[in-house]
Design a protein around this ligand. Sequence first.
Ligand SMILES: *Cc1c(COP(=O)(O)O)cnc(C)c1O
Length: 385
Amino acid sequence: MSLERLQGLERSAVMPTYKRLPVEFVRGEGALLWDDEGREYLDLLAGIAVDNAGHCHPDVVAAVTGQVSKLIHVSNLFYTQPGMELASRLSESSLGGLVFLCNSGAEANEAAIKLARRHKPGGNFVVLEGAFHGRTMGALSATPQPEKQAPFAPLVPGFSAVCADVTAITAAVNDETAAVLIEPIQGEGGIYPVPDDVLVAAREACDRHGALLIFDEVQTGAGRTGSLWAYQQTSVVPDAMTIAKGVGAGFPVGALITSASCPTSLVAGDHGSTFAGGPVTAAAALASLGVVAAEDLLTNVKVLGAKLMDGLAQLPGVERVRGRGLMIGADISGDAPAVVLAALQQEALVINATGPSTLRFVPPLVITKAQIDAALERLSRLPLA
Ligand SMILES: *Cc1c(COP(=O)(O)O)cnc(C)c1O
């Protein structure tokens, strides 16, 4: 079907919540995508930090096709192996506690919010200014952006936002605080790593007041920053973390994971999800984790991330570069959304803007050095200034 026909269907049938770029992708492999006319694109977005193992990784394809022909769904009223194995794998690779599987980042944060209220009934939440935790009502209440929140008021009560600053966070946490929720690197907000001293201050304030420190690793997780989870490169261990995006290789998998020492768990009847931990999505996640948890891949993420950051910093029009591993933001003097469109159409390069002047780079983690060079070359021809 032609792009024009798809756009016609969109106009007549699709609720207009997304602003799509004018291209139809039909195939992907590694860090490459192809459109319906056979044009090859270099992908530095990875479906928004999702295709961490690369498009259609053979291990993921084999795991999914193997599982899908045997059993697709039976619900959490029964045992299936992939879901149990995934929970175990996630726990032992991270905080060592208990796992609640779900289907998205927002759902993982909803579970985290319920965990915190279970921990301290009636308690409040502290989040950071500029945060993004999702678009369901609880997660939206934790996302202090007036343009996203205002049309849907009243929100869930009990959320307050502070700037990422030691004094501010220390002052904001008190005995009524159930949890502090932080993205170790703010993603949608423009790739802002939260300084280590702020994370330490949050940890100390939570310990002082019996609050949970919860990291939202939905975007930073699954190898994105050069360690399997981003907290592993900070000096802080949270009581719980939420993950999604890169975990399922493109299949809808999210999770709330507690630490071995987390004083609270959700209990029978507290929470649930019909699809969660299903055998096909869990098989995809297990195969994908096998790829992105490999030490040599994680080392490569750090090396290639540094290379991309250096290269970006040298391009005319680039004013600032931030990030860790292959999660990189670049402020430019030019118009970022216009650069994104030009990159797609003129240079067959898939990138994204988190705001009017910030470009985001979150490529598949299997991207090669040669592909990073090619991306920088293509970027150098774009109107960044
Ligand atoms: C994308 C994102 C979410 C929301 O995830 P969905 O799967 O879109 O619900 C939550 N937190 C962070 C940090 C994210 O980047």
